[in-house]
Design a protein around this ligand. Structure first.
Ligand SMILES: [Zn+2]
Ligand SMILES: [Zn+2]
Length: 224
């Protein structure tokens, strides 16, 4: 689904996005391994003649990175993450455990489907630009969670820093259940809108919000 002239949404339980540049394309997150087929089809349909040069990872949760198993090798694209998230993606270190029942379920899931980790080729830090995307380091959901702002269009790829409702009309706070530090994650989400005035909000879950200035204003008022 086309969101902007050069941006395609590949919807699933986790949204992934394909950005078409003049000479190449870039992917934001990879979704679960079952999403890989859909992503490959989207690349073939919309960017058949352009190499996939970058795979940008918002954070290390499996539902955002498991597709790397297929996509990383298939395209030989540079996999990019924040420096604090790299070791978790590569499975050199484990993310701190989430408390409660969800934490137990996640650990069971990890035990039943262990990941040997994925290669990260390039690390980025706050405000750095890679593949014409500006990086904002906004920790809380995980230590190295980042958002990417497209320099050309000001489209903002938010990962799990916020959520949106199913109508694509309202910004919702980050998940309490999956955040390592909810208060920090909430603060980071508000900071994101101080730093960026996006033309469209592209979340990891939920519907994109076009022309989001009113929705941002409401969110900042509601969670101040
Ligand atoms: Zn997450
Ligand atoms: Zn997520």
């Amino acid at each position: 689904m086309k969101v902007l002239e050069n941006i395609y949404l590949i919807p699933s339980s986790v949204n992934t996005y394909l950005i078409e540049r003049e000479a190449y394309c870039v992917l934001i997150d990879t979704g679960m391994s079952k999403s890989a087929k859909k992503i490959i089809k989207t690349i073939k349909t919309y960017c058949p003649d352009k190499p996939l040069k970058g795979i940008m990872i918002t954070h290390a949760h499996q539902d955002h990175i498991a597709g790397l198993e297929t996509l990383g090798q298939l395209y030989g694209a540079e996999v990019v993450s924040h420096k604090e998230e790299r070791d978790y993606i590569m499975n050199i270190r484990k993310l701190p455990a989430i408390e409660g029942l969800v934490g137990i379920m996640l650990r069971m899931f990890q035990f039943l489907s262990p990941s040997s980790g994925y290669t990260v080729d390039q690390i980025v830090t706050d405000r750095e630009v890679a593949f014409e995307l500006k990086v904002y380091h906004l920790p809380g959901h995980t230590p190295g969670t980042i958002a990417f702002e497209d320099i050309q269009t000001r489209a903002l790829f938010c990962g799990d820093i916020i959520n949106t409702n199913q109508k694509g009309s309202k910004i919702l706070p980050p998940s309490k259940t999956f955040a390592l530090d909810y208060e920090q994650a909430l603060k980071a989400s508000k900071q994101m809108f101080q730093l960026s005035k996006p033309s469209v909000i592209l979340p990891g879950h939920g519907k994109p919000i076009l022309n989001p200035s009113e929705a941002i204003k409401t969110y900042l008022e509601e969670y101040s």
